[in-house]
Ligand binder design. Sequence first.
Ligand code: PLP
Length: 361
Amino acid sequence: MGKTKINVTKTFLPPQIEFNTKLENAWNENWITNRGELVVKLENELKSYLSTKNIIATANGTLPLHIAIKGLGLKGEIITTPFSYVATTSSIVWEGCTPVFVDIHPEFLTINETKIESVITKNTSAILATHVFGNPCNVVAIDRIAKKHNLRVIYDAAHCFGVKYDGQSIFNFGDVSTCSFHATKVFHTGEGGALFCSDDLFHKMYYHHNFGHDGAENFFGLGTNAKMSELQAAMGLSVLPYFETIISERKKVVQFYNKQLNFEKLKTLKTRNHTEWNYSYYPIILESEETLLKVKNVLNKNNIFPRRYFYPSLNRLPYINSYSMPNAESISTRVLCLPLYVGLNEKILSTIVSLINKQLC
Ligand SMILES: *Cc1c(COP(=O)(O)O)cnc(C)c1O
């Protein structure tokens, strides 16, 4: 195989001139942070592109999880999923709350909403669930459970830029939704993220992300520094015009895998009905960890580097004390995300597919 390394993803970079042009005024004004015109412009463009109500651009996709937990005043136990990136669990622990895991649905890979009620106690304050690989949780059922038990709902929607559920942005569900604009995500600002919430929560979330400031010399309350910089916003403003192209190019890759992989020996993600998906990841779920390692090794030998998203199951983290989660633990040992990005050509895709299929017969 070729010398070029094929990673699970490749950051989409806009023409450099477009990034530079966006920054011209920042140079003229000598202003590159503290919510300058580029951050405000990015927030406005995202709000109208996504049709969401309130957005706060942040320095990454982890800080909005912290701010959501703090801003909603959560205490005690937070019900969450064991199948996500570590940030979902670590932000709960970092904020002094206790994660209580509920196992996942084996096909949707999202939290199994039918098992949530059995773990609710008088100490439960919220549900923090992840829309895994851009696949929405059962937001309708979770909303019903939350209302019945007076719980808050946060969605880690880090993978969900561009995802619609039931005709509207998935970011409009829950009390708060968060997104990541990390360079490995479908839409990015290098590092970055956002928090989405309703009108009644906006003021609090907003001052939490900017040290609690009320102007230069007054303070509304406690805050941290989660601000996005002008440099990050310039990247976002340069990537956004390409987003539709990014999606349609990724869709072609997904369709190739869907057509060519041997689905007698593996499975991929099952997306929930009424979802307009964003082609963010291509997980394959193999029959055993042994098969996964065989597949991974042969790909690695050919300079192809899929990733084990997500491994280990988060209930196995060293700072967690939890019951076992059979589905999440089983799937996390058998799931591999295949290369998926703009510019992945058919020749490479054919190689990937034939290497995988050959291992499976
Ligand atoms: C990427 C990711 C995050 C963290 O986002 P950063 O921007 O890297 O801080 C949180 N949750 C999930 C599910 C992610 O995939």
